[in-house]
Design a binder for this molecule. Structure first.
Ligand code: GDP
Ligand code: GDP
Length: 450
């Protein structure tokens, strides 16, 4: 089983060089399959893109910290440093109309320190006519290759994307070469910086009776840990990024969402940590939303429970807050833990195991039909437009999460409350208490209706 990964591609450059124009050209191009992420507040500065079957997360770092007053070189420098730390591939844009700028020099200087692939792009070269003339000043940077581009008028766009996809494909191929034991559960630990992700993984690894090995990937700087526990194996994906204090904190928070998105791409179960000291934040809710949309198993851990030990009132407040923020999450296991003391950690693996099994569970059609029949007998469906609602048969149409279809004489007539009744019956009957399930109603052809 390969560990596929989803690289982060960052657009870096001074304001006005054309980053957002390029961002939009890539994400809105007919060739790009952008994940619609329904239901979640979209951030226009990053998107999941699939280009020529290569998935990646594209981020406009200019947008990530868009403070109009902060156009200083120091700001661009920080942005570049964060991109170096957090992204896998950097697309550095410069302005071919304005010529080489001292700030470009400085950023190029910083970028040179990384081994990550960098595409040096001179934008606003709107056609071949003045290309050589416009490129000339940029040779001073002494880089191997300059890419000419008109983000606005597409000149050079195809070539640039071919170059980018080429780099992505090489790295994906290298990663796919890492083989994991069969049925390894891939578990990502997600959460805001400082919530305790690394501490949690260290605490887990400190436990006895485990065989541990590091799996490093080419497209990420983090090291995954393969852990064999009895007959099960788990790949622990740590998304803890770098930790720098002070001003960069907020920007890192935003980058940590990207890390989460990338990790979600390649995990089966997402373990989302919330800080008991701080409670639920908007970012926590957002990451949980992404996990659900991408069809990942979900476990919510309220970490640092030691901080509120003995404070009953505060404990209740926090749990109420989590419940309020996630009213739709009734199925997801919610646990209180402490990465510091180890409290609750032993319970975690059995829960990860059951979430994973439920997520992947497959049920025979005969058993599903029996369940449907019994449910309908016990609680007759309502009448819709003078006809009694009928359910003919059901089958499972997918996993992760389990999805079922029920054939009916009138899908329109299935009222919300009856749908909920069936959902609950399926959930109980199939032992699916820890994952979401989906039921779709389809109309059976008229002629079969009596
Ligand atoms: P950002 O601040 O780096 O995100 O830059 P924008 O994408 O907002 O672009 C700044 C300005 O440059 C806008 O007025 C764009 O229309 C213009 N622009 C962007 N790309 C091109 C290009 O390829 N050619 C020309 N002529 N103008 C461009
Ligand atoms: P990460 O950024 O999510 O990887 O967070 P770290 O694991 O680096 O933890 C950040 C800080 O929180 C460190 O100072 C940890 O010692 C502290 N911390 C982590 N887990 C706990 C916990 O359960 N209780 C308490 N009191 N502190 C914790």
């Amino acid at each position: 089983m390969p560990t596929s990964s989803c690289p982060i591609v960052a657009l870096v450059g001074r304001p006005n060089v054309g980053k957002s124009t390029l961002f939009n050209r890539i994400t809105r191009s007919r060739k790009a399959l952008v994940d619609p992420t329904p239901g979640v507040t979209r951030d226009r500065h990053y998107d999941r893109v699939v280009w020529e079957e290569q998935p990646f997360i594209l981020v406009d770092t200019g947008g990530i910290d868009d403070n109009p007053e902060d156009l200083l070189v120091s700001h661009i420098r920080e942005q570049a440093m964060a991109a170096i730390d957090e992204a896998d591939i950097i697309v550095f844009l410069m302005d071919g109309r304005a010529g080489l700028n001292p700030a470009d020099h400085e950023v190029a200087e910083i970028l040179r320190r990384t081994e990550k692939p960098i595409l040096y792009v001179v934008n606003k070269i709107d056609g071949p006519e003045q290309e050589q003339e416009q490129l000339a000043p940029f040779y001073e940077l002494g880089v191997d290759r300059l890419w000419s581009l008109s983000a606005e008028h597409t000149y050079g766009f195809k070539t640039l994307m071919e170059g980018l996809v080429g780099i992505l494909a090489d790295r994906t191929a290298a990663d796919a070469a890492v083989d994991l034991p069969e049925n390894t559960v891939k578990v990502a630990f997600l959460g805001r910086p400082n919530v305790g992700k690394s501490s949690m993984i260290n605490q887990i690894l400190g436990e006895e009776r485990m065989v541990v090995s590091d799996i490093s990937g080419t497209t990420r700087d983090s090291v995954d840990t393969l852990l064999v526990r009895g007959k099960y194996s788990y790949l622990l994906i740590d998304t803890a990024g770098i930790r720098r204090k002070g001003k960069t904190r907020e920007k890192l928070e935003k980058f940590s969402i990207l890390k989460s998105l990338a990790a979600l791409e390649r995990c089966d179960v997402a373990v989302i940590l919330i800080d008991a000291g701080e409670g639920m934040t908007e970012q926590d809710t957002r990451v949980i939303g992404y996990a659900l949309e991408q069809g990942r198993g979900l476990i919510v851990l309220v970490n640092k429970w030691d901080l509120v030990a003995g404070d009953r009132k505060r404990q209740e407040e926090i749990m109420a807050q989590v419940g309020l923020a996630l009213p739709f999450l009734g199925f997801a296991p919610l646990m209180t833990v402490s990465a510091l003391t180890g409290y609750g950690i032993k319970r975690l693996f059995p829960v990860i195991g059951s979430v994973y099994r439920q997520f992947k569970a497959k049920f025979p059609t005969a058993a599903l039909n029996r369940l449907l029949r019994e449910a309908v007998e016990e609680h007759s469906p309502p009448v819709y437009k003078n006809k009694r609602l009928k359910f003919y048969y059901t089958s499972q149409i997918g996993t992760c999460p389990p999805k079922f279809v029920i054939m009916t004489n009138s899908s329109k007539g299935v009222h919300f409350s009856y749908e909920r009744y069936l959902l609950n019956r399926f959930r109980e009957g199939l032992g699916l208490d820890k994952v979401p399930i989906q039921i779709f109603f389809r109309d059976k052809g008229e002629q079969r209706e009596k």
